[in-house]
Design a protein around this ligand. Sequence first.
Ligand code: PLP
Length: 402
Amino acid sequence: MTENFIGSFTQQEPIPADAIAAANAVMQHGRLHRYNTVDGEIAETALLEEEFAAYTGAKYCLAVASGGYAMTTALRASGVQHGDKVLTNAFTLAPVPGAIAAVGGLPIYVGVTEDLVIDLDDLAAKLDQSKVLLLSHMRGHICDMDRLMAMCNNAGVTVIEDCAHTMGAAWDGVPSGRWGRFGCYSTQTYKHINSGEGGLLICDGAEDMARAIMLSGSYMLFEKHRAAPPPETFAQIKYETPNISGRMDNLRAAILRPQLRDLATQATRWNERYQVLEDQLSDVPGLTLPNRPAKEQFVASSFQFLLLDWGAEATETLMNRCSARGVELKWFGRAEPAGFTSRYDSWRYAPSEPMPASDRVLAGIVDMRLPLTFSLEDCALIARIIRDEVSIVYQGMMAATA
Ligand SMILES: *Cc1c(COP(=O)(O)O)cnc(C)c1O
């Protein structure tokens, strides 16, 4: 009997009851705009910022409209100007080069290793081309941050972290987002806490945060922020900084605060699911799993494996066979961008030099989400299906070349 999987890879858990109650309270009083408070009231948005700053250990935090907006704000506040080159990952998602393009910058792509992290040797070779690295911890894979920071500090390159997939994760005990000058997070539905759309930006620099707050559209209401530098910091910055509205509202903040309190529990549940898949797929011929170093404390909201050197035909066959059994996999090697997935060479507004070693890795990356609506049994079933189908297709390939 062939087993099939019937769950949905895009179905999140419901918003928790306490978050729904908090949202209802905001809707009851009607003050959804973050600066619309009555005497003595602290806006949900300002409270979320305080709590997220405390959670990450950052001095300052700003809640914004999206992860992409957090990144453009960090780039602007770091002084990136029209025409500036910005280093970033070849393996990432479209909002990352998009954030660079939004400030008029030109992405320079840095390669990806078989462990799905930024290629630090390729970075070393390109460090002299830019003053800023927008580092994407794509799919939650964290590179050797000690080495990366030493390299960038030596070269005078500012690091901005894209933590869309690493909220709650750390390298060697230091939270992801706390290594660079800014950490940028998304609270979009497919990330670690869910407000539909939304973003958070953290940093320790008083002037950096004052600029970010002014940029986000604070008018002259910056004193209503709490995880923010003192009013004196704004003395000049308030005149110099354009208002590019991208604020978060109190409704979103209200549903995020209870989810932030649950994040550690959720991270454990994600990692239990990841472990089931990793255990069952660790010795399948033809399938390679990325190494996860002991210093990497990840939050596995998704799962990746590599089919190195399989070629398009065999990989498509595998995708189709898994899909027929209910396992929807995403393949980064597809020539045409599809769904959420596209590759650096499909971002034609920012062309690149050829990167053959990265192309080989990208051509092999297979990706799936691990929503918490999956049980551990669901993950075991998915792993069995992948294992069986990889074995069948791989044995066929081997027989054909024998
Ligand atoms: C989702 C995502 C973002 C940005 O998120 P939005 O909130 O959708 O703008 C940034 N980087 C990566 C890698 C992402 O997956």
